[in-house]
Design a protein around this ligand. Structure first.
Ligand code: HEC
Ligand code: HEC
Ligand code: HEC
Ligand code: HEC
Ligand code: HEC
Ligand code: HEC
Ligand code: HEC
Ligand code: HEC
Length: 444
């Protein structure tokens, strides 16, 4: 009897050990398999729960009653600070108004809201435009990176033919507020300043009254669709109406919209958004010829080119949607990548160690994944330093930087080795046997 039990025990123990060994040797990507292999649904399907359809926007204070943790995380993130009321919080002003140039068309006393704080700050001033109570922008913006005031002409973008070239008659409602105020995108009402709960979860009156009533959560859908909640804002676009060839920016005079007007979290973004155009090999005002960003707010335009996007990795795999971890201020270093990647694994890097892959010492800056795979290719303003990291996640070879006529500083190798030429750096890579990818991906 005892002999039999001992045998069972041994068998049980062996199975346990084998399972543990197998478990620890599974590729790190394994826990993501259900996400990656989730069935794809059509881009046109409305994912907003029916019970949410008649809901109104209620504001984050309501959600706070039951979701303290999410509220706390969100309040400490920059999403909650995008638009700040100067009366309520005078400290939100980061500019030195004593140095505001004499030809400025606004004063601090006139400004109601600050826009931004990290890289640059702009100011919203009440104005009646087109017969409607609206806001305009001051003709100077504060550049936080250079600590200087600099000229600002908000009408200079793709919609330059849709608006007068005059800050005093250029409204923020159509070209800014949809992305910076909660609720404005679909209702045309500034329900709450900044990007709050309902920007990503949709209107919440029904759910707040009865928590059993469903509210949209992006991660429940297929991964391609999960991203849409971020792409509504983090992707450059055009007014959907100019999709048809006959429509031009001129014809939508005073009404051109620079955000997916009518969209609410869960609805099919494709019905509302026309992404900024791009063709590989052709440089535009917004993108280099390899698809890398020249401007900020392009994460989505870049990311859709990457294999990770196509295979189901989402923005929220790398960024906690409430804390917004994984930024230059809250970095996770190589851990951000190595929670899925393993050296010598199927998804790469295919070499067996960090040093074999990067050809830099393990503790060198040259062994940081993002330094090579997310080089700084873009600026926040024409006078800002290069700070915006690319979300293409590819590697742009020095020879490609040259072929695409990109400034050498946008090349990862050159950014750290300004004493070498692009040709020398290309040769280094050749000597390391690291040109395979360039052959497979001639355009990236
Ligand atoms: C009266 C309390 C209450 C209020 C107010 C409330 N919630 Fe909830 N919420 C809950 C409860 C309880 C759950 C868990 C329900 C469940 O697990 O089925 C929940 C779940 C959720 C979920 C997860 C849904 C899912 O499918 O997993 C989200 C997202 C959410 N709430 C967002 C919000 C937002 C945004 C607001 C404000 C507009 C809000 N909640 C207001 C109680 C509340
Ligand atoms: C930038 C977009 C965004 C904002 C803003 C945002 N959320 Fe979320 N929230 C998400 C996403 C995406 C998820 C799904 C995360 C996941 O499954 O990993 C989520 C998940 C949740 C959940 C479910 C958590 C769980 O364990 O399933 C709750 C509850 C929630 N959010 C409440 C809130 C509240 C309350 C606010 C405002 C204080 C808020 N969210 C603001 C995007 C956002
Ligand atoms: C309604 C528009 C909107 C939506 C939706 C949105 N964002 Fe943002 N996001 C912004 C704006 C505007 C800023 C700049 C905030 C600032 O500087 O105060 C920002 C900033 C960020 C930052 C940088 C924060 C920092 O500390 O530097 C990250 C990361 C980010 N968003 C990720 C996401 C992700 C991931 C999602 C989707 C889950 C998302 N955002 C959805 C508008 C949006
Ligand atoms: C399609 C959505 C969208 C529109 C329209 C939009 N923005 Fe933003 N804006 C964002 C996002 C997302 C970010 C943060 C991501 C980034 O900068 O890469 C941002 C960043 C900014 C920042 C920098 C924030 C900081 O903390 O440094 C400022 C300032 C700003 N926007 C002002 C404006 C103004 C003014 C307009 C209108 C002329 C405008 N934006 C239109 C989405 C938008
Ligand atoms: C594979 C991981 C990964 C994915 C996927 C990813 N990001 Fe990032 N993102 C990062 C890292 C890492 C950084 C911070 C780099 C640094 O330390 O400066 C970053 C930075 C950012 C920033 C801050 C930019 C700035 O200049 O401060 C924004 C905004 C952002 N990501 C938005 C997004 C959005 C939106 C998506 C989805 C379209 C996305 N990211 C997908 C890894 C990722
Ligand atoms: C949530 C998991 C996950 C995270 C986090 C992640 N990756 Fe990936 N990555 C993948 C998967 C899965 C693939 C494989 C795609 C395929 O099938 O080729 C991949 C592929 C890649 C590729 C090859 C892409 C191509 O175009 O062939 C690069 C480069 C890459 N990742 C870089 C990074 C970097 C840099 C980070 C950190 C900032 C990172 N990854 C974070 C899952 C992840
Ligand atoms: C983030 C900064 C950074 C990046 C990006 C970077 N390097 Fe380096 N590199 C260094 C540093 C620091 C050293 C000093 C030795 C070390 O840390 O291994 C170095 C050393 C080297 C060396 C050996 C010493 C020398 O100067 O000849 C070569 C060759 C080199 N890098 C080439 C490259 C190439 C090619 C790339 C692009 C694939 C690249 N580096 C990307 C920082 C960087
Ligand atoms: C010094 C620059 C550099 C750094 C740092 C770097 N990589 Fe790479 N990576 C490359 C180059 C170059 C390629 C293309 C390789 C080729 O063509 O053979 C590449 C390719 C890849 C690929 C595609 C699959 C493969 O093996 O070819 C993945 C995945 C990847 N890198 C992930 C990472 C991760 C994760 C990190 C951080 C641990 C990282 N890389 C750090 C330069 C770098």
């Amino acid at each position: 009897m005892f002999y039999f039990k001992k045998n069972l025990l041994l068998i049980g123990l062996s199975i346990f050990i084998i399972v543990t060994i197998v478990w620890y040797n599974l590729p790190k990507i394994t826990p993501y398999y259900t996400q990656l292999t989730k069935a794809r649904i059509s881009m046109n399907i409305d994912l907003q729960p029916d019970s949410q359809k008649k809901s109104r926007f209620v504001g984050s204070h309501k959600c706070k009653e039951c979701h303290k943790e999410e509220h706390h995380d969100w309040q400490n993130s920059l999403h909650s600070k995008m638009i700040q009321d100067i009366q309520k919080n005078p400290n939100a002003v980061i500019a030195d108004f004593t140095k505001l140039p004499k030809d400025a068309d606004f004063t601090l006393a006139e400004a109601i809201y600050t826009v931004g704080s990290k890289f640059k700050q702009r100011y919203m001033i009440p104005a009646t435009i087109n017969g409607k109570d609206d806001f305009r922008l001051g003709n100077y913006q504060w550049n936080q990176q250079t600590n200087k005031w600099q000229n600002f002409k908000p009408y200079k973008y793709w919609y330059k033919d849709s608006y007068p070239h005059d800050n005093k008659n250029f409204p923020t409602s159509n070209t800014c507020d949809g992305c910076h105020f909660t609720g404005y995108m679909s209702t045309g009402e500034r329900v709450e300043p900044s990007i709050s709960c309902e920007s990503c979860h949709g209107p919440g009156s029904a759910h707040s009254k009865d928590p059993e009533s469903a509210i949209f959560k992006a991660s429940l859908s297929d991964p391609i669709r999960t991203n849409e909640v971020c792409l509504q804002c983090h992707m450059r676009n055009r007014d959907k109406r100019i999709e048809t060839k006959k429509m031009t920016a001129k014809k939508i005079w005073m009404s051109a919209k620079d955000y997916p007007h009518g969209y609410e979290a869960g609805r099919p973004l494709i019905d509302y958004k026309l992404p900024a155009p791009f063709t590989f090999g052709q440089e535009t005002k917004e993108f280099w010829a390899n698809g890398a960003a020249k401007k900020n707010r392009t994460q989505g335009n870049e990311y859709v080119h990457n294999t990770m996007y196509k295979h189901g990795i989402t923005c929220i795999n790398c960024h906690d949607p409430h804390k917004l971890t994984n930024t230059a201020q809250k970095p996770q270093g190589n851990t951000a990548c190595m929670k899925c990647h393993t050296f010598g694994s199927l998804i790469g890097p295919h070499q067996n160690s960090l040093e074999e892959h990067t050809h830099h010492k393990e503790d060198s800056k040259g062994s940081q994944c993002i330094e090579c795979h997310m080089p700084k290719t873009a600026k926040h303003t024409g006078k800002s330093p290069l700070t915006v990291r690319s979300h293409l996640f590819s590697f742009t070879y020095p020879a490609q930087t040259k072929a695409y006529k990109m400034p050498p500083e946008t090349n990862a190798c050159y950014a750290c080795h300004k004493n070498k030429t692009l040709d020398t750096l290309q040769k280094n890579l050749k000597d390391w046997g690291m040109l395979e990818w360039g052959k497979l991906k001639p355009l990236l």
